[in-house]
Ligand binder design. Structure first.
Ligand code: 13P
Length: 340
């Protein structure tokens, strides 16, 4: 095997090292503005730097967090002392990753459905990110469940784009995180979530095969199989864990380097409990871990926003705690008593 491929596989394995997961802080400028306004903070280049440098410099975070996914701005930012945020991460033992998609846009001809854009010029952008120090990347596809959707066209268009992106990443020496997110929005039941998630994952792995993507150097970031957020009765922890595993076993080749779930609007402890339950049902063909955005940041962001200067350490402790709980869940060693 070539040295380049060995390096790629090594990076992928480091991302899913036992007891570690990924911190997703790659909110686009629009999304972070929404998150900040929810806690009464104005979103400026400086407040975003202040917040994200606080997260990345959390003492001990690298014990539970293998890597962090950044937005373009963060990858180039320096903290108030002039230290690049990238160096803060490196000193904390956290691998830098970068979101490279350009967002989900309306899919022409299919009302209510999205396709993720960003392939044009991607080879050049990836080369620059690799030069800057990123070792992995992320691309998110968004699948909506409603009465007549998703369409086959939507699933396949998104899978095709994900595979083209993944191949370009590997060419540039970056590990692709492929994220086919089936949204929790809606009142659908667990069986519907299963069927759509399975279809999205099967389409994705067929396209990854078509595009010659090396699965050993690729990480899947799926949504869990879960009841819709407004469903009348919602499936419990064991049922979600079983259905999600059943889906993965049917759709995800064992060669895949690892699986890191998104939280998708689940509560903090709910997301941890689901991951833990799945790992207790192991062993599995792939490491199962987390790549949470909201479920890692929510409580920390709220605390920081109350007093960005004074609450810095307090907020870091909250983040460290959630990272530690999810690290335990990645090993199947979490229980609710550890929360207090
Ligand atoms: P959530 O965990 O908040 O869903 O975010 C993860 C992510 O990176 C979405 O792309």
């Amino acid at each position: 095997m070539s040295l380049d491929l060995e390096k790629l596989i090594h990076t992928a394995q480091s991302m899913v090292a036992p007891g570690k997961g990924i911190l997703a802080i790659d909110e686009s400028t629009g999304t972070i503005k929404k998150r900040f306004s929810g806690v009464g903070v104005e979103s400026t280049e400086e407040t975003r730097m202040d917040y994200r440098s606080m997260l990345l410099s959390t003492p001990g975070l690298g014990e539970h967090i293998s890597g962090a996914i950044l937005f373009d701005e963060t990858l180039r930012q320096k903290d108030a002392d002039g230290k690049p945020l990238l160096n803060i991460m490196k000193d904390n033992g956290i691998l830098p990753g970068i979101k490279v998609d350009k967002g989900a846009k309306d899919l022409a001809g299919f009302p209510g459905e999205k396709v993720t854009e960003g392939l044009d010029g991607l080879r050049e952008r990836l080369a620059e990110y690799a030069e800057l120090g990123a070792v992995f990347a992320k691309w998110r596809a968004v699948i909506t469940i409603d009465s007549d959707i998703p369409s086959r066209a939507c699933l396949d268009a998104n899978a095709h784009a994900l595979a083209r992106y993944a191949a370009l990443c590997q060419e540039a020496g970056l590990v692709p995180i492929v994220e086919p997110e089936v949204l929790m929005d809606g009142d659908h039941d667990l069986d519907t979530s299963f069927d759509i998630t399975e279809a999205a994952q099967k389409s994705l792995f067929e396209e990854l095969y078509n595009q010659n993507v090396l699965l050993e150097g690729c990480v899947l970031k799926p949504s869990m199989v879960i009841s819709g957020s407004s469903a009348k009765s919602r499936a419990g922890v064991e049922d979600v864990a079983e259905a999600t595993l059943d889906c993965l076993l049917n759709a995800v080749p064992a060669a895949t380097a690892g699986v890191v779930f998104l939280s998708g609007g689940q509560g903090d402890e709910e997301a941890t409990a689901h991951l833990d339950a799945m790992n207790r049902m192991g062993p599995h063909p792939w490491p199962l871990s987390f790549s949470y955005g909201r479920a890692l940041q929510q409580a920390c962001l709220k605390c920081w926003a109350e007093d960005p200067r004074g609450n810095r350490e307090k907020a870091q402790k909250i983040l460290l705690h959630r990272a530690k709980m999810n690290g335990k869940a990645a090993l199947g060693e979490y229980n609710r008593e550890m929360e207090s």
